[in-house]
Design a protein around this ligand. Structure first.
Ligand SMILES: [Zn+2]
Length: 116
């Protein structure tokens, strides 16, 4: 399952960035995900729970948060950016079709929260 390997990658990143004493204080890891990244938030949460059970030692009460961001296109005809709804890649300003995606592929750790 794609989401499980993704979650494992997140944990590897946390291990690289935080020594064990800091990992124990992590409260939340927030991901920024665009719809074009092909990640299902519910599956991701399930995968996170499963991996947390395996790797619970060393982590406190770590939560996963997902910040889903919209797809944005930049129109070549009128140069306006607009939000893509229901995968209709059409400029909202002038109605021209556009595949010029400027946001929506994201899949990254946006922030990590730690106890004081
Ligand atoms: Zn346009």
């Amino acid at each position: 399952m794609h989401e499980v390997s993704l979650v494992r990658t997140i944990f590897r990143t946390l291990e690289e960035q935080f020594p064990p004493e800091e990992r124990a204080k992590l409260k939340a890891v927030q991901l920024k995900i665009g719809p074009l990244a092909n990640v299902e938030p519910i599956l991701l949460q399930n995968a996170f729970n499963a991996v947390m059970e395996e790797e619970a030692q060393g982590y406190g009460d770590l939560q996963l948060r997902v910040n889903m961001i919209p797809i944005l296109i930049q129109c070549q005809a009128c140069d306006q950016q607009s939000e893509v709804e229901n995968y209709r890649f059409v400029c909202k300003n002038c109605g021209e079709p556009s595949g010029n995606v400027v946001q929506g592929n994201e899949l990254l750790i946006e922030l990590v929260e730690m106890e004081e």
